[in-house]
Design a protein around this ligand. Structure first.
Ligand SMILES: Cc1ncc(COP(=O)(O)O)c(C=O)c1O
Length: 286
């Protein structure tokens, strides 16, 4: 009689599908030694990858600016789909990482080919609402890495650990001008007088795929969107706010530090959340 044993998880390493337990990466990979890499986190709805083209564009941009050879969309997408299909999760978090490849253990690259790593792990539904904290550390809008999605995420790890210690799921940064910037893995929107306010890309935040889609949806819904610099304290004083990201979609903020917001998941947030859900239903590569 056939047994229903789940197959062991697999990943894609440089184009080869390999069991996770057997995958090996050089200890001298520049991604491991100095965080020299770029990445994307995508999600699937069922077996289908969402917003592939936008994520691939951003990955290619990050790679090009970092001087890493980008990988073509069709090839990379084919590899990502094979990983998703092989792992058979109801919904997956798909992580695509490109690193500088094996190099001498110093900051200089040795000119090797990039390492390409793709994983698909189970994705749980996001919480309907959440608590965030603010952190005293800044995003540097003039950094060589500003606006790039690189694997140098040590600052994010530290800030998110602090968030978890405070019972929150996200930590928000100001930039060096004390303007509201972004979270460790999210963009931030404030709702005021039925209009939306979100930091401009010049604040140093990542050009989030979800951020861009929410702005487009808001405009279609007739909601005004302001992308002007905001004081960091605007978040602490906000009436209503939400986070956006690939894994959270549109997530209402209930609490900022010790302060409960007067409104969480109010009409504007709900309208955008519903518009996002409709978008996913009719277009998986918007
Ligand atoms: C620093 C940072 N900001 C914002 C985002 C949200 O971007 P996206 O909507 O493309 O997931 C992410 C995503 O991981 C991120 O790492």
């Amino acid at each position: 009689m056939a047994t229903d044993t789940p197959s062991p998880p697999v990943l894609c390493l440089n184009g080869d599908l390999v069991p996770e337990a057997e995958a090996t990466l050089s200890p001298f990979d520049h991604g491991v030694t100095v965080g020299d890499g770029v990445f994307e986190t995508l999600r699937t709805f069922g077996p289908q990858i969402f917003a592939w083209s936008r994520h691939h564009d951003r990955l290619s941009h990050s790679a090009t600016v970092m001087g890493l050879m980008p990988v073509g969309s069709d090839v990379l997408r084919g590899w990502a789909e094979r990983v998703v299909q092989a792992n058979k999760h109801p919904h997956s978090r798909v992580r695509v990482t490109l690193t500088g490849g094996p190099s001498a253990p110093s900051t200089a690259r040795s000119g090797s080919a990039v390492t390409v790593l793709i994983t698909a792990t189970p994705l749980q539904p996001p919480l309907a609402e959440t608590k965030v904290i603010t952190v005293p550390w800044t995003r540097n809008e003039r950094s060589a890495l500003a606006g790039l999605k690189t694997t140098s995420y040590g600052e994010n790890v530290r800030a998110l650990t602090r968030a978890h210690e405070h019972g929150a799921t996200e930590a928000l940064f100001a930039n060096t001008n004390d303007q509201l910037c972004e979270g460790t893995g999210t963009n931030i929107f404030l709702v005021r007088d039925s209009a939306l306010y979100t930091p401009p890309l010049t604040s140093g935040c990542l050009a989030g795929v979800t951020r861009a889609l929410v702005i487009e949806l808001a405009e279609q819904e007739g909601i005004q969107v302001h992308q002007d610099p905001l004081r960091f304290t605007a978040l602490e004083e906000a009436e209503e706010a939400f986070l956006t990201s690939t894994t959270r979609s549109v997530q209402g903020i209930r609490q900022v530090n010790e302060r409960l917001l007067p409104t969480c998941n109010g009409e504007i947030t709900r309208t955008l959340s519903a518009a996002f859900a409709r978008l996913v239903e009719h277009d998986l590569d918007p």
